[in-house]
Every structure is written in structure tokens, then in C-alpha cells.
Design a protein around this ligand. Structure first.
Ligand SMILES: [Zn+2]
Length: 666
């Protein structure tokens, strides 16, 4: 029944898959990624501005051009002062004005650096930090804080403090293999050069760097790694404000939060207690000169991208060339579009969807989501290892999914943001941060959670699941080829966007998401013993991916990527089941020699076609909870029975995984 709407016109629809993207010389059972995507990878060599570029990015590139058109349209006409058009147009023009940025150079940030230099002791430094926090200065502190949903009481917002005190990924400070050491040495040189660019003598810059690195390394060592940070329970410690100030004494927390407008705190959560303890120890026992160097570095690092070309070249040399292997900075207009998207994302998004998101897309997407939900329900029922009570609760969670498609019902209010071309870009970005903080307070502090908030802008080419609201969100940006094609048949759309939908739904039941109930509360709703069975099954996918060599000397991190790999695994299973449901009464024909089942998996693989530098493989393996594109295909598919059937893969094929070693959750 539910299939009718999407299957009736099957013969009139295209197959969606482009043969030129494949490599017919490769064998599906030897290297499916090469077989499905080899043509694309050959025809799309990495442009110098990219460390990684995939078929995925072609959508983002197209979006960038559209957004540029929208923005330049606004910038070309005089806009009423204070209007969204004025803010978007002026911010873009400020970002684009290289002559002005080069003329001002580092001058805008020098005032703030000098204020730090004048400080005489730690209490003056803390007072200055408090003051700068009210001004919107961008800098990292020894810890971070934010206001977000309380995972134990998901309708309420909670102040949370999390670990901080270092500038690049924690691994670089604590791991000393050759690849990490090389980056860390380059980081040190980068700090020295940046201090020289703001006028420090070489010897002073060197000394500052040594102070910064020693302090950051100490904080990094006190922090947790990315795997430990994935465990919700051990990163939540809620207490009353009185308990907090008692436990973390020696710092004037009341003034610190009061100056930020976070007043009358009843309770808060400390994510990583040992890191916050270390931060307070650092404040207490570190010479003020070292703390000042750290703060100056944080300010400089926060401003580096907008202090003219000479500084940007140095920033890109380290953050781009060395860390990711990209050869050239992105053209100025793309950086400017990104900046406007970052600051005024929903304002741009509103204009974007008016022009580029047809209502028909939303309707078909709603149908697909519904069909995926039905399929997931069937997969729950089909599991023998889950007890009836767990199945019942899982169904309730599935039925309670809050689905967001395209764009928000209510747009973010930017009326109080002030963009003024009379100020420097640096000063404007301070205004923006000041606004963002005030906006967060107005929307969240002492307010219930707003379930209608979007955590991505509509033009974003991505999707997400949020456990505390039990929501799945698919921005308009992702509803395009190679994810979604109104002209293509169900084999294509279920294999591409269908798996994306299934992936996000699957997050509601991955190793993290399964710990949250239908209302978004952290609560164990699994019947006795079922949770342990789940963990045993999840261990299979952890071990499988941890054994994968992404480079001859580097393994994938199955623990870090467990949730995302489960997302892909569940996504494939649910979307395949939904695809079968949808075409049951009206089977699709073979097209260009490919069965519908084969096309489903080819469409899935096509989403992950990409080229990538070796440096980026290393960087992402350290920090990204997603597997690399190659392994989202060659790691995920051998765990799915239907893939074997579709391509006739047997134990003679190198990619074959014995049935008993395939993950058995769905
Ligand atoms: Zn995901």
C-alpha cells in the first residue's frame, strides 16, 4: 500500500546511477568501492584547494554558487540599515575586501593582545578574561561551557562545563608516533611565526611558544580522548551550584558566570571533573607570564583567519597544507560565503529554500521517511535476541521520532545583530559573538528546551539525529543528487537518501542513542539482559573496523566510529527492507544490465565516492567518528547479507566475511 505513490511511475524514471562513475575493470567482491566509484575518482582528481573531495562535495559546491548569487544580489543593491539583506551584504563585503584587510593587517587584534600584556597578576588576568567574555572576543579558555538540554531531564536546559585548554586535537599532544610528532613540531613553529607576525622578536616568540605548548600539553593530558568522550554517563556530573563552588574552589565562579549573564545558577554539570580540577591547579600554580602567553595565543589563534593575507597564509600553511594536505586556500569568495553561512545561516537559508526547495521534494521525502519508519519497525519485530518488552519500548521510541525536513517552521531572529562596515572585520566578528551569546541566553537560559530549534542550517548538505529530542533532521541541502533524485527510481533513492534516513534513525538505537528513551531522557529502557546482548553485538562491529588498515601503518578506530558504523549498518538494513516493501507489488526492471538490488548498493556507494590526501586520512582517523568514505562502503557492505545476494559474492571473493562474523543487530 505505502509503496504505490513512489513506485507507480517506475518505468518512466531513470536509474540515477551514472555508468561513467564506475570502474568496470574492478570486481565487486574484490574492491566494491573501486568497482562502484572508480570512474568518479579518476574523473575528479583532487583540486589543490581540497584535502578531500567527494561526490557529496559537488552538491556543496553547487550550493555555494547558489548562495553566492543570493548574497551578491543583496550586496549589489543598497539595503535598508538593519535589514537582513544589509547584514548579509555588508558582512560578505567586509570578508571580501582584501585591500582593507591587508591595510589593517594585525592592527585590530593588537589592542587586545596589549591589554593582556599589561596584566600584572593572575587575579587581574581573570578579571580581563571576564571583561573580554562580555566583549565577544574569541578565545579558548582552560575549560568551555555551554547551555543545552539536560540529558537526565530532556525538556530542561542545563549549564555544562567541558574540558579545554588546548588548541589542536588532543592526540597530537599525547601520542608520539612519527606522523603525530611531525604535526606537533609544525604546530610549534606555527605558534612562533604567528607571534612574530604580531611583532614579537624571534627569541620572545620562541619563549611564548614554549610556555603555550607546556601549558596546553598539561591540559591535554588531563583531558579525555575522543572515545572516552562518547560515553554519556561518565561525562555528566550534575550538582548544585553550592556543591560546585565547594568542590571546585579557588575561583570566583559567581563573578565569572554573572558577567556572562548566566545568573542565579541552581545546578550545573561538570563533564570531565579531572580536567576542571587540573585547570584550577594550572591557574593556581602557573606563573602569570605563562598564563598571559596562553591567553594571547588563544586570541591570536581565534582571529588568525581575518587579519589579512600574510597571517592567513601562515594559518593555511599549518591548518591546511600541513594538517590536511590541501595545497591552496579556497578562493576568497568561498571563504566569505562560509563566513556568512556561519554567522547568518538561517537568514541565508530562508532565501535559499524559497528559491531552491520545491514542495514536491518535501512530499516525497516525507513518504520515504514514513516507509523507512515502517521498515525499521519490521526489523525490530524480526529480531530474536530482543525480548518483547524491549521491542515494545523500541517501537515507542521509533513512533516518537520527531521528523524535520527542509527548513524550520520558525526562523532565527537576527534583529539584534549589528553588522557595521564602519568597524573592522575583527570588531564586527566580536559583535557577532556577543550577539550569539546573548541570543543563546535569551533562548535557553532558564527556558525549557525548544524542540523546534534546528542544529543545522537548511542549506547544509548533511543530516543529524539528536538524542535529547529524539529528532531526525534532513536539511533542504541534502535533498539533491547524489543523495536524492526526483527523476530516479526507488532503487536509487532508497540506496542513497534512504540509507541516509535509515542512518539517522539508526542513531536512535546505536551504542549511544539506545541509552536515551523516547522522550530524550538518558534512561535504561532495555529489558534485563538485552543491553548486554546489544553490547556483545556492537563489539563485533568495533573489532571488525579496528582491524581495517586505512594506511599501511594506521588502523581505523572501531571504538571511535562505533556509533557511525552502526548508523550505516542499520541504515543499509532499514533502507533495503523499505526498498523491498516499496517495490514488492511492482518490481523494478533490470536497467543497463543491473538488477534493482544491485542499483540499490551502487547508489549507496556512489554517495561516498571521494579522493583524499594521506594527511587527511591520518587527521580524520584521529578525530572523526565517521569512517572514511572507502570504508563506509568496503567496511559496511560485507556485513550486510543482501549485498552478497545482489552481486553473487562467495567465500572465494576477498571481501567475503563469514556469516557468523557479520554484526547481528538488525
Ligand atoms: Zn551519523
Amino acid at each position: 500500500m505505502m509503496a504505490m505513490a513512489t513506485s507507480m511511475m517506475a518505468n518512466a524514471q531513470t536509474m540515477g546511477i551514472k555508468l561513467e562513475n564506475m570502474d568496470p575493470t574492478a570486481k565487486p567482491g574484490t574492491d566494491f568501492y573501486q568497482y562502484a566509484c572508480g570512474g568518479w575518482m579518476k574523473n575528479n582528481p583532487l583540486a589543490p584547494e581540497y584535502a578531500r573531495f567527494g561526490s557529496f562535495n559537488t552538491v556543496a559546491e553547487e550550493n555555494n554558487k547558489r548562495i553566492r548569487e543570493i548574497i551578491e544580489g543583496l550586496a549589489a543593491q543598497p539595503q535598508p540599515k538593519g535589514s537582513l539583506g544589509q547584514k548579509i551584504g555588508d558582512l560578505y563585503a567586509l570578508r571580501m575586501d582584501s585591500v582593507r584587510q591587508n591595510k589593517e593587517g594585525v592592527t585590530p587584534v593588537l589592542t587586545d593582545l596589549k591589554r593582556v600584556a599589561k596584566v600584572k597578576n593572575t587575579s587581574e588576568l581573570v578579571a580581563l578574561i571576564n571583561q573580554m567574555n562580555t566583549e565577544g572576543t574569541s578565545f579558548g579558555e582552560l575549560w568551555g561551557s555551554y547551555i543545552g538540554a539536560d540529558m537526565m531531564s530532556s525538556m530542561e536546559n542545563l549549564l555544562e562545563i567541558y574540558q579545554g585548554g588546548y588548541s589542536i586535537e588532543r592526540d597530537y599532544y599525547v601520542k608520539d608516533d612519527e606522523a603525530n610528532k611531525k604535526i606537533f613540531e609544525a604546530y610549534k613553529q606555527h605558534i612562533v611565526k604567528m607571534f612574530q607576525l604580531v611583532g614579537e622578536k624571534p627569541a620572545d616568540a620562541q619563549q611564548k611558544m614554549e610556555n603555550v605548548v607546556a601549558l596546553e600539553t598539561r591540559m591535554a593530558k588531563a583531558g579525555r580522548d575522543n572515545v572516552a568522550l562518547r560515553d554519556p554517563a561518565s561525562n555528566y556530573h550534575k550538582m548544585s551550584f553550592a556543591e560546585f563552588t565547594n568542590e571546585y574552589s579557588g575561583f570566583d565562579w559567581k563573578t565569572y558566570f554573572d558577567t556572562q549573564g548566566i545568573t542565579d545558577i541552581d545546578s550545573l554539570s561538570v563533564g570531565q571533573p579531572e580536567a576542571l580540577k587540573e585547570a584550577l591547579a594550572v591557574l593556581a600554580d602557573t606563573p602569570v607570564e605563562v598564563l598571559k602567553d596562553f591567553l594571547q595565543w588563544q586570541i591570536l589563534d581565534g582571529a588568525g583567519g581575518i587579519l589579512g593575507d600574510e597571517v592567513y597564509e601562515e594559518v593555511f600553511d599549518f591548518e591546511g597544507r600541513i594538517m590536511t594536505g590541501a595545497q591552496e586556500p579556497k578562493p576568497r569568495w568561498k571563504r566569505s560565503v562560509n563566513a556568512v553561512n556561519g554567522v547568518l545561516g538561517e537568514a541565508v537559508g530562508q532565501l535559499y529554500v524559497e528559491k531552491y526547495f520545491p514542495a514536491a521534494n518535501k512530499a516525497r521525502m516525507e513518504q520515504l521517511v514514513k516507509n523507512l519508519q515502517i521498515a525499521l519497525g519490521q526489523r525490530i519485530d524480526a529480531q530474536e535476541w530482543m525480548s518483547p518488552a524491549t521491542k515494545q519500548a523500541a517501537h515507542e521510541k521509533l513512533d516518537a521520532f520527531y521528523v524535520k525536513i527542509g527548513y524550520p517552521d520558525k526562523w532565527r531572529d537576527y534583529s539584534k545583530m549589528d553588522i557595521d562596515p564602519a568597524r573592522s572585520l575583527y570588531e564586527n566578528m566580536k559583535e557577532v559573538l556577543k550577539w550569539a551569546h546573548a541570543d543563546m541566553l535569551a533562548r535557553k537560559w532558564k527556558k525549557p528546551v525548544d524542540r523546534n530549534e534546528w542544529h543545522m542550517t537548511p542549506q547544509t548538505v548533511n543530516a543529524y539525529y539528536n538524542p535529547t529530542t529524539n529528532e531526525i533532521c534532513f536539511p533542504a541541502g541534502i535533498l539533491q543528487y547524489p543523495f536524492f533524485d526526483m527523476e530516479a527510481d526507488d532503487a536509487f533513492n532508497y540506496g542513497a537518501i534512504g540509507v541516509v534516513i535509515g542512518h539517522e534513525m539508526s542513531h536512535g538505537f546505536d551504542d549511544q542513542g539506545r541509552q536515551f528513551d523516547k522522550d530524550g531522557n538518558f534512561r535504561d529502557w532495555w529489558a534485563d539482559g538485552d543491553g548486554d546482548k546489544y553490547k556483545e553485538r556492537a563489539q563485533v562491529i568495533k573489532d571488525f573496523f579496528s582491524a581495517i588498515k586505512v594506511l599501511p601503518d594506521l588502523n581505523a578506530n572501531g571504538d571511535l566510529c562505533c556509533g557511525e558504523n552502526l548508523g550505516d549498518h542499520g541504515g543499509l538494513k532499514f533502507a533495503y527492507a523499505a526498498f523491498k516493501n516499496a517495490t514488492k507489488d511492482n518490481p523494478l526492471p533490470v536497467k543497463e544490465g543491473f538488477t534493482p538490488e544491485q542499483r540499490f548498493f551502487l547508489a549507496y556507494a556512489g554517495v561516498w565516492a571521494q579522493n583524499i590526501t594521506e594527511a587527511e586520512i591520518r587527521r580524520l582517523t584521529t578525530m572523526d567518528p565517521h569512517s572514511l568514505g572507502e570504508w563506509r562502503v568496503n567496511g559496511a557492505l560485507p556485513l550486510v547479507d543482501a549485498w552478497y545476494d545482489a552481486f553473487g559474492i562467495t567465500e572465494k571473493d576477498p571481501m567475503f566475511v563469514p556469516k557468523e562474523k557479520r554484526v547481528k543487530i538488525w
